[in-house]
Design a protein around this ligand. Structure first.
Ligand code: HEM
Ligand code: HEM
Length: 215
């Protein structure tokens, strides 16, 4: 039996990232902060769900499967062969870094105001640090852009130079040569996790005290 290499939850969350991040870029530049914050919440939920899925999800989605020690990463970088199914030793760490940087971008946004019309829901708690959060939101965005570029170059290298069918597997779950080692976990479990996170974020955003108005 050829199981999927990437389950539905991993794939759905993955393809949502470039779509939503492109929207965040556009809406951030255009100053459409109401839309920016809604889609930003959805990104926080998507990434937080993926992080939980890294503990309870399908075998290839789990951090314990693909996070390996520094010596394994160095051996891989020195040209060692990777014969496993999912992320290679370097790709595993890249996954965690990308997820964390997107999460930090979303979380810092909650504390930011545009100084004119829009206030993030947690600006009151941000207090005197609010300017720092804004700088972080801006700096982290540059970090994220660099990481996304490296990600695309790395994927392109494996896909076209080394002729591994990475993109097909991330699109369809598996390809003829790349498939999973075991039956994937049920997608409804990931959906339940996402719903719980939606609930928690909703509570946080609605219960947080409003920043005092200066006008
Ligand atoms: C620009 C925003 C993007 C972000 C933030 C992003 C992030 C990620 C993350 C976090 C993973 C790990 C997947 C997981 O285990 O959950 C991943 C894997 C992957 N991404 Fe992206 N991605 C982006 C765009 C793209 C695009 C546009 C493509 C296609 C050209 C792509 C192709 C892939 C592939 C093929 C993998 C699987 C790599 C492997 O087989 O080990 N990504 N990406
Ligand atoms: C992963 C999610 C997010 C991404 C990729 C993102 C991206 C961006 C970008 C590219 C900008 C323009 C930066 C600049 O040119 O200064 C921006 C600004 C901003 N974002 Fe986000 N953002 C995210 C989440 C959020 C969230 C959740 C909120 C609030 C609920 C938020 C609130 C803001 C505000 C208020 C600004 C204007 C800041 C200023 O004028 O200094 N962002 N964001």
């Amino acid at each position: 039996m050829h199981w999927p290499l990437w389950d539905r939850a991993v794939r759905t969350i993955h393809w949502y990232l470039p779509l939503a991040i492109a929207f965040m870029w556009w809406s951030g530049e255009k100053g459409l902060y109401q839309w920016h914050s809604w889609v930003g919440y959805s990104l926080i939920v998507a990434v937080a769900t993926r992080i939980f899925w890294g503990f309870i999800g399908s075998q290839t989605a789990r951090f314990s499967t693909f996070l390996v020690g520094p010596s394994a990463v160095v051996a891989y970088l020195k040209g060692g062969q990777f014969l496993g199914a999912g992320h290679n030793p370097l790709g595993g760490w890249a996954t965690v870094v990308l997820l964390l940087v997107v999460l930090l971008q979303g979380l810092s946004g909650l504390f930011v105001s545009d100084d004119v019309m829009f206030e993030g829901p947690l600006t009151f708690w941000g207090g005197d640090w609010s300017g720092l959060f804004a700088q972080w939101h801006e700096f982290n965005w540059m970090v994220l852009q660099v990481l996304m570029l490296i990600h695309l170059l790395a994927v392109g290298y494996h896909q076209w130079y080394r002729k591994e069918s990475l993109i097909g597997a991330m699109l369809w779950g598996k390809t003829e040569r790349r498939f999973g080692p075991s039956k994937p976990k049920n997608t409804s479990l990931a959906l339940a996790v996402a719903l719980i996170i939606v609930g928690l974020l909703f509570l946080l955003v609605t219960l947080a005290p409003q920043a005092p108005s200066y006008y």
